[in-house]
Design a protein around this ligand. Structure first.
Ligand code: MN
Length: 277
């Protein structure tokens, strides 16, 4: 099977200015673009996040993945994190977010996943949307109408997450299946980036930096300039070509105008935007 889309990508990570070790781990290798932000004392968080990424790394080089592949890897990753021995990550936890390239009836899709408060965004036709919805106390208060999103950025509870891999959590991940379009740009990041840079700043950098590696490097750099209080990781993934029904060779069953309408009327789950910028 050939890949349903081709991508260009870049990545950057830094411990930041206040922390000695980097507990973020990531993989940027088609079809996988994932960030895990570990938590736990000493090196425990680092071990937990690296364990989860290692479990997914076995898929690198595949043309695409399905949701069953992702669910199974997540279950294996969770067992490994829960089984970490004392002194080597016992009790630690990690977030996980990002996208994998999926193939739905021969068409290219982003399969987004989230557990915790790392984030996945999509820049599409100049508009930035946050795909993932944070699993955090602050997000729950916003949803309940008890906290205003602007105040949330300064709330002392903003680091408290309500779902994780390990750390005593057995909650499932959220998934989104989004039809990809050539020109899409995905940003996957840890909260060390989204805490320092608001949506407007992230949007401006993603639009200004054409090359995905320049965008990733600049995002991390700007987060450092604004304090760098946590570990910072950014992956930037550009869809350079996407196989879709309209573009598939040999498919002459419908005029292209009708095909475009069908795609627009797609009933697959779409992005639940937490707010545009
Ligand atoms: Mn973090």
């Amino acid at each position: 099977m050939t890949a349903p889309m081709t991508v260009a990508f870049g990545s950057a990570t830094d411990p930041g200015l206040r922390r000695r070790i980097n507990e973020d781990s990531y993989i940027a290798a088609p079809p996988l673009f994932l960030v895990a932000d570990g938590m736990g004392g000493h090196h425990a968080g680092e071990i937990a996040s690296a364990t989860v990424i290692d479990e997914f790394a076995g898929f690198a080089g595949r043309a695409s993945l399905g949701i069953d592949d992702v669910r199974a890897a997540l279950a294996r990753a969770r067992r490994r994190v829960e089984g970490l021995p004392p002194g080597e990550g016992a009790g630690a936890g990690t977030t996980l977010t990002g996208v994998v390239i999926a193939d739905v009836d021969g068409e290219g899709y982003w399969l987004a996943i989230n557990l915790g408060d790392s984030r996945t965004y999509r820049l599409s036709e100049g508009h930035l949307e946050q795909i993932s919805v944070d699993h955090s106390v602050v997000q729950e208060l916003i949803d309940a109408g008890q906290l205003d999103p602007d105040a949330a950025a300064r709330d002392t509870r903003r680091n408290v997450i309500t779902r994780a891999i390990g750390a005593g959590s057995d909650a499932d991940a959220d998934y989104w299946l989004i039809p990809a379009e050539a020109g899409d740009r995905i940003l996957v990041c840890s909260d060390g980036l989204s805490t320092e840079l608001d949506g407007e700043a992230i949007h401006a950098i993603l639009v200004a930096e054409t090359h995905p590696q320049s965008a990733a490097t600049r995002l991390v750099h700007e987060a450092m300039l604004r304090g760098g209080r946590d570990n910072i990781t950014a992956l930037v993934v550009d869809a350079t070509a996407v196989r879709s029904r309209a573009s598939r060779p040999g498919d002459h069953t419908a005029p292209s105008a009708i095909v475009a309408d069908e795609i627009d009327g797609d009933t697959l789950p779409r992005v639940v935007a937490a707010g545009g910028y």
